[in-house]
Design a protein around this ligand. Structure first.
Ligand SMILES: NC(=O)C1=CN([C@@H]2O[C@H](COP(=O)(O)OP(=O)(O)OC[C@H]3O[C@@H](n4cnc5c(N)ncnc54)[C@H](OP(=O)(O)O)[C@@H]3O)[C@@H](O)[C@H]2O)C=CC1
Ligand SMILES: O=C(O)C1=N[C@H](C(=O)O)C[C@H](O)C1
Length: 251
């Protein structure tokens, strides 16, 4: 067998990080060389000889982790949310000075969620109305979810490309928040409920019909095939890759 890929996990004690630790340990072609959490020195990742680091930490820490490890020549697979155009641009610029290093940032590694986003973007041009509902466990710190933001942005881009106007909405009076968040002109609603893991519904409406696209992650193992695929491929993809769809022939 060829050499195993040496992998570090950041946020290793968290809900996702601990699941990634088990998945890496169970994969015959991967070797877990470091598992670090809040307060730990990232030098441990470099000292352990990690080739790829997987980051499932917190929005306030993830960009700093990425820049520090890119400097050290470590490839990164990033699932943590909180990324926007500006922070992604800073990573893209940094990678221009570090040829050969790859960073993949994806808001969702579940194959079904990536497909749901792709289907929604494909359908968007044919519907007058669209709203996104994301539903998560109540320990989640950010809203709307990274997945919902990515979904809404892709829908908005598809609507713009098809020269569709604004989504119809006659609301002139409402309590703050009643119509959800506005992501590029698409309304996004966030539900937090004990018992849930990660779920998303995209509602598309025309006169007399509705298309509902729904994805459910019932368990965090649902994210693991996508994370492992990214770990295996990121070293061969220098520069910044955004979205698992880039690896699935869906982009
Ligand atoms: N892309 C995807 O497919 C998915 C993405 N996510 C995203 O992943 C992130 C993590 O989610 P989840 O696992 O549920 O969250 P958790 O809070 O369970 O885990 C986060 C972990 O990161 C640790 N941490 C905080 N700061 C640092 C740091 N600077 N360096 C290393 N570790 C740190 C935390 O430690 P402590 O608690 O001590 O602060 C905690 O153990 C979120 O942004 C979430 O939205 C989640 C699921 C799927
Ligand atoms: O915090 C979570 O749990 C999840 N976070 C990601 C997001 O914000 O989109 C991915 C998934 O929805 C689970």
């Amino acid at each position: 067998m060829s050499e195993r890929i040496r992998v570090a996990v950041l946020g290793a004690a968290g809900r996702m990080g601990s699941t990634v630790v088990r998945a890496v340990q169970d994969a015959p072609d991967l070797e877990l060389v470091a598992a670090v959490d809040a307060g730990a020195d990232l030098a441990a990742v470099v000292d352990a000889g990690a080739q790829v680091a997987v980051d499932f930490t917190v929005p306030s820490a993830t960009e700093g982790n990425v820049h520090a490890l890119v400097d050290a020549g470590v490839h990164l697979v990033v699932g943590t949310t909180g990324w926007d155009d500006d922070s992604l641009a800073r990573v893209r610029d940094h990678l221009a000075d570090r040829p050969g290093v790859g960073v993949l940032v994806a808001p969702n590694f579940a194959l079904g969620a990536v497909l749901a986003m792709a289907f929604a973007a494909r359908a968007a041009r044919w519907f007058e109305s669209v709203e996104v509902i994301e539903l998560h466990h109540p320990d989640k710190v950010d809203a709307p979810s990274g997945t919902a933001r990515h979904t809404a942005s892709a829908i908005a881009a598809a609507r713009a490309a098809a020269a569709l106007g604004p989504v119809p909405d006659a609301t002139t009076q409402s309590l703050d928040g009643a119509r959800g968040a506005d992501v590029d002109g698409v309304r996004v609603h966030s539900v937090r409920l004990r018992g849930l893991v990660a779920h998303e519904e995209i509602l598309l409406g025309n006169a007399g019909e509705q298309l509902t696209i729904r994805h459910d992650s019932f368990d965090r193992v649902s994210f693991m095939p996508g994370v492992l695929l990214a770990v295996r491929q990121v070293g061969a993809r220098p520069g910044l890759t955004v979205g698992l769809e880039q690896l699935l022939d869906l982009a």
